[in-house]
Design a protein around this ligand. Structure first.
Ligand code: NAP
Length: 495
């Protein structure tokens, strides 16, 4: 059973009820309310930003040596790990995801803090080649207050991916979780707050400010003290945030949507491809930015592959995230389930054949939840909206291709460029395809594997900038160049 946070949010280092509207959080497995959390108000955001600016400038934080700051991050990672079961249970209640997945997300968050701590301890400033009588250095400094805005699909992992490098970089963070899923971010805030307090550091270094994007998110993005924005979410929102940031000349990183092609070549290993395609789209109930939601199969194997795929998809176990047998859990919210269903109706209207799924499951156990059956659709042209737009649910559209040029043309006919999956036994073909397709991440004979040590980002409308990787802290810092004169004689110009 998840321990439900009380109705308090973390503003400027203190826990109190938010000044904004009440948000009722609902368990999408059965539609029951979990709790009510009052959102932050714009005045709360202002208070948090001012306190964050002070905290970031406080010598106790700003002058903390990297190995000491790393210790703080290690401690946060350890606490997340100690509380992983509790965090996972809370996230499952709030998002509907399976416990297996939410445990993995909590473990990933702990790993992110540890990796970031190690990167911080070993990061080096550089001595650059001098071109005169001076020594030149390039050093990195904190930016100040960072806004971190996240979607609802993997809260604790995305919280860690922004908060860990931002704190490591010496900044303070204003974290806004999605309105539908504030609970695990608040629980994460408790852990960070505790470590900061125990270490005698300013607790205003992290505020957790739930609420509507157009209110709380906007107040963060437009606040004059916020000097860097990290955003994960939909492309339309990302664009609006980028526009606001451009007006203020504030750097922004955007991790956005996708409609990723997953490719089954004629020489693919059948079992591996079937398992990979199903995992790629139906795990997380398709609510994954990198979901392999457009399947391309070589025409010579199209019918047989699809027949076998559909038979297996029909056998996927749909159920509550707390049931250890569940493979496809409910969607995050009833409203989102209805939006997904709307896309399937649209695909039907556009002439698509729904080969399986295409409805909410029947039965008492599903009646009150936000469930939707895993769905496979074919018979649509790649130009159909269901093939072009991100559905963000358990819906796969399948298309045949004739040869590699036809495949690349279709796969590339998308505004997105987040990920791509290639199933083949031909290493040369995999290499060619991987280099031809615009995608920030390409998986070859695997899918949806993630490593904090490997940079992640999108191309085209899927994003700007990267997260993760060895340089993850640098994007939350400013670079400064120092020239140290080594000559004792005055500069010649003045003579
Ligand atoms: P969203 O609607 O864009 O919302 C993302 C976050 O932005 C939420 O916290 C939202 O608040 C906030 N927001 C909305 N309008 C805002 C505004 N005007 N100013 C500031 N903040 C604002 O996306 P979503 O539906 O929550 O999440 C699904 C999307 O995220 C999908 O497109 C998915 O592909 C993408 N995603 C991308 C990645 C990646 O790494 N590339 C990872 C995960 C998800 P509310 O809670 O009020 O909406």
């Amino acid at each position: 059973m998840a321990r439900v946070p009380v109705d308090e949010i973390l503003i400027a280092g203190r826990w109190r009820r938010g000044g904004g509207a009440p948000i009722e959080t609902v368990n999408p497995a059965d539609g029951t309310p979990i709790t009510t959390v009052h959102a932050a108000s714009p005045a709360d955001v202002d208070e948090a930003a001012r306190a964050a600016a002070e905290a970031a400038a406080a010598p106790a934080w700003r002058d903390l040596l990297p190995h000491r700051r790393a210790r703080v991050l290690y401690r946060i990672g350890d606490l997340i790990e100690e509380r992983a079961d509790e965090l996972a249970a809370l996230q499952t209640a709030d998002t509907g995801k399976t416990l297996t997945e939410t445990r993995a997300l909590a473990a990933s968050a702990a790993g992110t803090f540890r990796y970031t701590a190690a990167a911080l301890e070993t990061a080096e400033d550089s001595l650059t080649p001098a071109r005169g009588p001076y020594v030149t250095m390039s050093v990195y400094e904190p930016i100040g207050v960072v806004g971190a805005i996240n979607p609802w699909n993997s809260p604790i992992a995305s919280d860690a991916q922004k908060a860990a490098p931002a704190l490591a970089g010496g900044n303070a963070v204003l974290l806004k979780p999605a309105e539908w899923t504030p609970l695990v971010s608040l629980a994460f805030g408790r852990l960070v707050h505790r470590v900061l307090a125990e270490e005698g550091l300013p607790t205003a270094l992290l505020s957790v400010l739930p609420g509507r994007g157009g209110v709380v998110g906007d107040a963060i993005v437009t606040h004059p003290l916020v000097r860097r924005i990290g955003f994960t979410g939909g492309t339309a929102t990302g664009r609006a945030i980028a526009r606001a940031a451009a007006g203020r000349l504030v750097p922004v990183s955007l991790e956005l949507g996708g409609k990723s092609p997953t490719i089954v070549r004629e020489d693919a290993d059948l079992e591996q491809a079937l398992a990979g395609v199903m995992f790629g789209i139906f795990s997380s109930s398709g609510q994954s930015c990198v979901a392999g939601s457009r399947l391309f199969v070589h025409r010579s194997r199209y019918d047989s592959f699809l027949g076998e795929l559909v038979a297996r998809v029909r056998g996927l176990r749909v159920g509550s995230g707390t049931d250890p047998d569940t493979q496809v859990a409910p969607l995050v919210h009833h409203r989102h389930r209805d939006a997904v269903a709307g896309y399937v109706d649209l695909a039907r209207a556009e002439g698509g054949r729904v080969l399986c799924g295409g409805a909410a499951p029947h039965g008492e156990a599903y009646a009150a939840g936000a469930y939707y059956l895993p769905t496979v659709i074919d018979g649509l042209p790649n130009s159909a909206r269901a093939c072009q737009e991100e559905i963000f649910g358990p819906v796969l559209v399948a298309l045949p291709y004739d040869d590699e040029d036809d495949l690349v043309r279709q796969a590339e006919d998308s505004v997105y460029g987040l990920a791509c999956g290639i199933w083949t036994r031909d290493a040369r073909a995999a290499w060619r395809l991987a280099r031809r397709i615009d995608a920030g991440t390409v998986w070859i004979n695997t899918y949806k594997q993630f490593s904090i040590s490997t940079p992640f980002g999108g191309m085209k409308d899927s994003g700007l900038g990267t997260e993760k990787g060895r340089d993850l802290i640098r994007s939350y810092q400013r670079q400064k160049s120092l020239y140290w004169g080594t000559d004792t004689t005055p500069l010649p110009w003045a003579h």
